[in-house]
Design a protein around this ligand. Structure first.
Ligand SMILES: *Cc1c(COP(=O)(O)O)cnc(C)c1O
Length: 429
C-alpha cells in the first residue's frame, strides 16, 4: 500500500514515512492510494485488537521486499494492535433503535487513546536518531498523547497548552509524566500554541536538531485505528440485528468522520453518517450552501469540538469531491450549548444515564430522527467534564480509578511567553 497527498503534488510514500512526516510536503494530508476488499471479515467474538489487525493489514502491506525492509511496520502490526488496544470498547444498547459506541475506556477516558497509543507504538519501530513529538492541545489530545508516549515509548514529547485555558483535570493529564513528557503552559491562546508548533516544523534550525513528529490528528497513524472501530461496530451491529446502522458522530476536527467514511468506503455496513457539531458551524454550513468557509472557533460546552477550520475535512473532500455524492449518505447539524445542557438533563432523568457534553450533541440529533437503527458515538467519559455536568444534574459523579490515580500524582509544568524562542531556550541544551 502506498499513500498519496490530498493535494497530489508530493510523491507517493510508504506508511512509515507518511507517519513520520505527518503533513505531506505539498501541505496536503496523506490518504491511502487503494481501497482493498475486506468484506469477508467477521467481528463477533473477536477481540477488537485482533479484528483491527485484520482490517489494517492491507494498509500496512508492502508491495516488494525492498519496501518491507524500508518499512518494518507490517511485521509488527499484530503486536502493535495488541498492545495499543488493551482496553475495552463497548457497543451497548440504549433503547430499541439506539446503541451507544463507548470509545472512552482507555487510560485518559477519551477516544483519542486509540490513535495516540497506536501512533506511539508505530513510531517506536521507525523512529530516527533524535525524534521529538510536538503537540498543541486545547484539552484531550495532549492528555492522550502524553499518556500514550509515557507508557508505550521512550520518545520525548513536548506539549503546549494555553495557560489557564484548560480544565484542572485536563491539565493534570498533561503534567504528571516527568522528564519524558514536558508540558509548557503558554501565556496565550490555543492558536498561539498551534502557531509555535507550526513555526518549529518550518524552522531549519529546529529540523536540523530534531526529527519532529506531529501527533495531531492530521497524522495518518491516528486515523487508521479509528476506521477500524467503525468497521468493528458496524459489523457487530449487522451480525446482531441483520440491518445496517447509521452513525451519529460528535465532530470537531473530523478525524472520526474520516474514519467512519473510510470504513463505509471499504464496504462495511454503514447506512449513513450524521456529523454532530456544536455551535462551530463550518461543516453544517458547507452542507447547506456548498461553500467551504473556515472561520475562528467559538468556545462551547463541548470544547474538544471547538474547531472553526476542521483540517481533516480535506480528506472527506478528497474522497467525495462532489457534494451531491456526499449528501446521499452524510449530513451535518449544529447543536447549541442550551440543547447540550437540556439533553444531558433529559437523558439523565429518563434513563439515569450520564453523557459527556460531546456525546450529548450526538444523542440530541438521534432524538430528532426516526425508528431506524442508530449508533451514537460516545467520545469521552462524563467524569472528565464534571465541572459542566455536576451543576446540571445537581449530584457529584464518581471518579474512575485511573483518573483518581492520576489526580494524586505530582504535576510539573513550565510557563513560557508565546514565542518559539522561549521554547528553544528550554529544549536546545
Ligand atoms: C477530539 C474530540 C472530539 C472531536 O473529534 P474529531 O475526530 O476531531 O472530530 C469529540 N469529542 C471528544 C471528547 C474529543 O476529545
Amino acid at each position: 500500500m502506498k499513500y498519496r497527498s490530498t493535494r497530489r503534488k508530493s510523491p507517493e510514500t510508504l506508511i512509515g514515512a507518511a507517519i513520520k512526516q505527518g503533513l505531506a510536503p505539498d501541505g496536503g494530508l496523506y490518504v491511502p492510494c487503494e481501497w482493498p476488499a475486506l468484506s469477508k471479515l467477521a467481528a463477533d467474538g473477536l477481540p477488537f485488537a485482533e479484528f483491527a489487525t485484520g482490517v489494517l493489514r492491507p494498509f500496512f502491506a508492502s508491495d516488494s521486499l525492498a519496501d518491507a525492509v524500508a518499512d518494518p511496520l507490517a511485521a509488527g502490526l499484530e503486536a502493535i494492535c495488541k498492545q495499543a488496544f488493551n482496553f475495552p470498547l463497548e457497543l451497548r444498547a440504549l433503547d430499541a433503535g439506539t446503541s451507544v459506541l463507548e470509545l472512552f475506556h482507555g487510560p485518559t477516558l477519551a477516544f483519542k487513546d486509540f490513535g495516540a497509543r497506536f501512533l506511539a507504538l508505530c513510531l517506536n519501530r521507525i523512529a530516527t536518531s533524535s525524534p521529538l513529538v510536538m503537540v498543541a492541545t486545547s484539552g484531550d489530545t495532549g492528555g492522550a498523547v502524553a499518556s500514550a508516549f509515557a507508557t508505550c515509548s521512550q520518545i520525548p514529547v513536548v506539549i503546549l497548552f494555553p495557560e489557564g485555558g484548560i480544565s484542572q483535570r485536563q491539565e493534570k493529564q498533561l503534567t504528571v509524566w516527568g522528564e519524558q513528557v514536558r508540558a509548557y503552559a503558554v501565556q496565550g491562546t490555543f492558536d498561539d500554541c498551534q502557531r509555535i508548533v507550526k513555526e518549529a516544523f518550518l524552522s531549519a534550525e529546529w529540523r536540523a536538531r530534531f526529527d519532529l513528529v506531529s501527533a495531531n490528528s492530521i497524522n495518518i497513524a491516528r486515523l487508521l485505528p479509528q476506521m477500524a472501530y467503525f468497521a468493528w461496530a458496524s459489523l457487530k451491529h449487522f451480525e446482531n440485528r441483520g440491518r445496517s446502522a447509521g452513525f451519529i458522530i460528535p465532530t470537531g476536527n473530523a478525524g472520526n468522520a474520516v474514519g467512519a467514511l473510510w470504513a463505509r468506503h471499504l464496504g462495511f455496513p454503514i447506512r449513513e453518517v450524521v456529523l454532530a457539531h456544536n455551535a462551530n458551524r463550518t461543516v453544517p454550513d458547507y452542507f447547506n450552501t456548498g461553500d467551504w468557509r473556515p472561520r475562528a472557533s467559538i468556545a462551547t460546552l463541548a470544547n474538544a469540538m471547538d474547531v472553526g477550520n476542521p483540517s481533516n475535512f480535506e480528506r472527506v473532500l478528497d474522497l467525495y469531491p462532489d457534494i451531491k455524492r456526499l449528501q446521499e449518505f452524510v449530513s451535518a447539524e449544529s447543536v447549541s450549548d442550551e440543547e447540550i445542557k437540556q439533553r444531558i438533563i433529559t437523558e439523565h432523568s429518563t434513563s439515569g444515564e450520564v453523557f459527556c457534553p460531546h456525546s450529548a450533541t450526538a444523542l440530541h440529533l438521534r432524538r430528532r430522527r426516526g425508528a431506524e437503527d442508530w449508533i451514537v458515538v460516545s467520545t469521552a467519559h462524563p467524569s472528565k467534564f464534571e465541572a459542566i455536568i455536576e451543576p446540571l444534574l445537581r449530584k457529584s459523579l464518581p471518579v474512575p480509578a485511573s483518573l483518581e490515580e492520576m489526580l494524586s500524582r505530582k504535576s510539573q509544568k513550565t510557563v513560557i511567553i508565546p514565542h518559539l524562542e522561549a521554547l528553544k531556550e528550554h529544549l536546545f541544551r
